[in-house]
Design a protein around this ligand. Structure first.
Ligand code: FAD
Length: 427
């Protein structure tokens, strides 16, 4: 692949991780991003209107951090240089699961408190050091260009935000990383016919979210770097989270069931915090200073596009990240799943995975684990029929046993496979 060129559609988390991986394998890598990256400011996190979730606190789970390390060596240094705050997920985070508070125990799992804009900025800064990478912003991909026999994708059609469209050709590999609103199914239908639609699976947990950034009053010390309150029956399914990030900013997110209206003003936001399973988040928010407006995220869903079943899939096209599999934000696994997918693509391109299965069908299998966590469905596709009961027992017992608390956190952070749980360990 020495003189080959790769195109990446979308410069979000999946696209930036992927471009970092591809730069060592292709002589030229071009990232096509429809928006412009926002300049960081001291007062609020950098956000992009085209990426609505950039307003919301993003937690990178333990397995995601390890995958980022492999794909983008040096990214943590960039993150810390931009004032991300590292903290231990057990000793520094007050976490209430459905059965009670977890003991504040050292786990060795580090969370990097950072806004999503800061994570993107760290990935971008490493990428910009590579002289074979071009990041073209203000470029919206509007279709694919295929070879005459339709067997290969050889380029993309672009529309510049300043007007006009043109074709970028001679691509050896095209990666779609354009997120949950990806138009890839439409582009494929335009080329290969409307009669073959991409199958989808959707599991909507009936949750919605509201988020904002705040600063604490100078004399406020909550005694934790992060707080997480899981939903309970008594709280009517409400949950909440607050995490410290860069520049003394704290991200807050409240979850309500979809039949409960989301708060749209400060008073209703506080009232919603007061209705959580515990008053601790309300107590902190009541004195904190809001620095951003409220951002609402209506009905979210877990959604897979079954590209692996599409009969005309061209060999040099790859779909990764939310384009292929988007997860409900509650489990905080979207970036982790995206990074694991890019690791899989790396192994696929390097032929270290020797199998006849296409990349998309390998990815579908690879995503089964985060999918089970995000949907809470431990029965479909589980290797062990007792897994759901084991996880339930573990969650009930974890508040009373530091070792089980660590086990539960390792599971949530995808650092321990659920298959490794034994009945003895969680009885
Ligand atoms: C409310 C909310 C909270 C979340 N919280 C977390 C969390 O705590 N932890 C976590 O791990 N994940 C979280 N996620 C999920 C996470 O944002 C994504 O899973 C992750 O960023 C991977 O997404 P992606 O890169 O595939 O897509 P995106 O991040 O959406 O990026 C897609 C990129 O493609 C660009 N693009 C789209 N169409 C085109 C086009 N036609 N041409 C050119 N460019 C295009 C977009 O502008 C964007 O930059 C959350 C999601 C939501 C909705």
């Amino acid at each position: 692949m020495e003189s080959a060129q790769a195109l990446v559609i979308g410069g979000g988390i999946a696209g930036l991780l992927c471009a970092n991986m591809l730069k060592d394998r292709f002589s030229k890598v071009t990232v096509l991003e429809r928006s412009n990256y926002a300049q960081p400011s001291d007062s609020t996190p950098a956000t992009r209107p085209e990426v609505p979730q950039s307003h919301c606190l993003h937690m990178l789970m333990g397995a995601g951090t390890l995958a980022f390390d492999e794909l983008v060596p040096g990214w943590r240094v960039e993150l810390i240089a931009r004032e991300a705050v590292p903290y231990d997920v057990g000793s520094d985070v007050a976490m209430r699961v459905t059965s009670g508070w977890l003991p504040r125990v050292e786990t060795g799992i580090t969370l990097y408190g950072a806004s999503r804009g800061l994570i993107e900025a760290a990935l971008l800064s490493v990428l910009r050091e590579a002289d074979n990478v071009r990041i073209q912003t203000g470029q919206r991909v509007i279709g694919l260009e295929v070879s005459q026999d339709g067997a290969r994708v050889c380029g993309v059609r672009l529309q510049s935000t300043t007007g006009g469209s043109h074709v970028l050709a001679n691509a050896d590999v095209v990666v779609d990383a354009s997120g949950t609103a990806s138009r890839l199914p439409r582009w494929l239908a335009t080329i290969y016919g409307e009669q073959h639609q991409i199958a989808r699976t959707e599991v909507a947990p009936g949750r919605q979210y509201v988020s904002r950034w705040v600063r604490l009053a100078p004399d406020q010390d909550p005694g934790w770097q992060g707080l997480s309150l899981a939903p309970t029956l008594e709280s009517g399914g409400r949950a909440g989270m607050m995490m410290r990030a860069e520049k003394d900013l704290w991200g807050v997110v409240l979850q309500t069931p979809e039949n409960v209206p989301l708060p749209t003003d400060d008073k209703a936001f506080l009232a919603s915090a007061a209705a959580l399973p515990d008053r601790s988040l309300y107590d902190v928010l009541a004195r904190a200073m809001p620095v951003t407006p409220l951002h609402l995220f209506g009905r979210t869903a877990n959604r897979r596009r079954h590209y692996e079943d599409y009969p005309f899939w061209p060999g040099n096209l790859f779909a990764i990240g939310d384009s292929a599999c988007a997860l409900d934000p509650y489990a905080g696994l979207g970036m982790t799943a995206a990074a694991r997918g890019v690791q899989l693509l790396q192994r696929y391109l390097d032929h270290s995975v020797r199998t006849e299965a296409s990349f998309q069908s390998q990815l579908a299998k690879h995503n089964q684990w985060p999918w089970m966590i995000a949907t809470g469905d431990w029965t479909h596709g589980a290797s062990n029929p007792g897994m759901a009961d084991q996880i339930d027992s573990l969650t009930r017992a974890a508040p009373f046993d530091p070792e089980l608390a660590i086990l539960l956190l390792e599971l949530q952070h995808m650092l321990r496979a659920p298959e490794t749980l034994t009945n003895e360990a969680v009885a």
